[in-house]
Design a protein around this ligand. Structure first.
Ligand SMILES: [Mg+2]
Length: 223
């Protein structure tokens, strides 16, 4: 039994350009940072974090990016830096975990698996987007981002179905995407809905990627 009672769905939106070479997708900057904390037992969203982020390497959003995400130039122009977004997120995370007695993987000596898990759809958000941006901008990446569950991998193994995209993953289970697709917060809310369904169906929720497998516990309590 996995022991997770809560999950935090994260879905970054990042700068993108029409007909971009795949290699360049590694150089994206985060422009929307949403997180949805859901109680897997009740199915209730208990807290949300959301901020837009100002890109600085390529500050001008492409028309393609705005059409895809619905994020406007003036929104990111008025937004915070990615460092501020990360700081605000970790402050939010610490507080929300504490008030619920939740621990992430590798946070607690007495419960190293944790009872709450960060979840993304594919590995792109934490394995590529965040890692590469932190490297380029010389930012320290909090270690809570080192362990997560790739929901797509668990989904594929558990339901024995390879979803072509997120929408197909939902529709296969007769769930309907709510809100605007590729709006980060809507993507994260719909991922939270899917996670509740997977939990109820008995899917084996687990960390699928650990970027610091040599450590028993994360340094600095995960932050
Ligand atoms: Mg998205």
């Amino acid at each position: 039994m996995h022991g997770y009672t809560h999950a935090i769905a994260v879905d970054f939106e990042a700068t993108c350009f029409k007909d971009q070479p795949v290699q360049e997708l590694r150089d994206s900057e985060i422009i929307e940072f949403p997180a949805v904390l859901v109680n897997l037992k009740t199915g209730k969203v208990e807290a949300e974090f959301h901020t837009y982020v100002k890109p600085v390497e390529r500050p001008q959003l492409s028309e393609y990016c705005t059409n895809l995400t619905g994020i406007r130039q003036r929104t990111v122009d008025a937004a915070v830096t990615v460092q501020t977004a990360i700081n605000r997120f970790t402050d939010w995370l610490k507080m929300e975990l504490k008030v619920r007695n939740l621990v992430l993987p590798k946070m607690s000596e007495t419960n190293p698996k944790g009872n709450c898990i960060l979840v993304t759809w594919t590995n792109w958000d934490f394995n590529i987007c965040l890692v590469k941006e932190c490297e380029r901008k010389k930012m320290r990446k909090p270690s809570c981002f080192d362990q997560w569950m790739n929901a797509k991998a668990i989904y594929r193994n558990f339901y024995k179905f390879y979803p072509y995209n997120f929408d197909k993953a939902l529709s296969r289970l007769r769930l309907t995407f709510r809100g605007r697709a590729h709006s980060g917060i809507a993507d994260a809310r719909n991922l939270a809905t899917l996670l509740v369904r997977m939990y109820r169906d008995g899917a084996p929720l687990a960390v699928t990627t650990d970027l610091s497998p040599e450590l028993q516990l994360n340094e600095n309590g995960g932050f």
